[in-house]
Write a protein that binds this ligand. Structure first.
Ligand SMILES: C[S@@+](CC[C@H](N)C(=O)[O-])C[C@H]1O[C@@H](n2cnc3c(N)ncnc32)[C@H](O)[C@@H]1O
Length: 157
């Protein structure tokens, strides 16, 4: 039986949302929160989210104890960097330009060759500046062909 201190409680008025998803994410559950959150048990020990994505449910629930995961390494790098050094991510973001040329240059970078903070800022930048907020290599199975064409990742021929 978990101790009283380790139990997350939902037997209270819904708390004001303190944090929101950093990214716009295909399949994100942000618009369904008012239907999803009431279905959670009133008390639970640890919230485990294996398909974190943009984390709309996590941020809406704001659990005291949690374990989050995702198969997307760019996403996990982003959350690690934001948790450990948000100013470091901001430092890189402030240096980025919002132009077509800058977008394509940024997209061409291999995130595995970048400083993790730089890669995290790149993930945010591409997510915020690409077509409809849906950057295809971050969610390839869901993003439509229209988005892939628009981002130049697929030829119309
Ligand atoms: C629709 S998003 C999740 C939305 C999110 N839970 C929310 O609250 O809005 C789905 C996520 O699952 C991840 N994913 C897909 N298959 C996976 C797997 N086998 N293991 C871990 N993560 C996976 C994807 O990378 C994607 O980020």
């Amino acid at each position: 039986m978990p101790s009283k201190q380790t139990v997350n409680k939902l037997d209270r008025e819904p708390a004001p949302i303190l944090a929101r998803p950093l990214l716009k994410w295909a399949g994100g559950k942000g618009q369904l929160l008012d239907k999803i959150l009431p279905k959670f048990p009133k008390t639970y020990n640890k919230y485990i989210e294996p398909f974190f994505g943009g984390g709309a449910v996590f941020f809406g629930l704001a659990p005291e104890h949690s374990l989050i995961a995702d198969s997307n390494p760019e996403l996990i790098n982003l959350y690690r960097c934001i948790a450990e050094n948000p100013e470091g991510v901001m430092h890189f973001l402030k240096g980025f330009q919002n132009s077509k040329e800058a977008f394509y240059e940024m997209r061409a970078l291999d995130p595995t060759n970048l400083d993790p903070l730089h890669a995290a800022a790149r993930t945010i930048y591409l997510n915020k500046t690409c077509f409809n907020g849906l950057y295809p290599t971050l969610c390839p199975s869901i993003v439509t062909r229209t988005a892939r064409l628009s981002c130049g990742l697929e030829s119309s021929k």
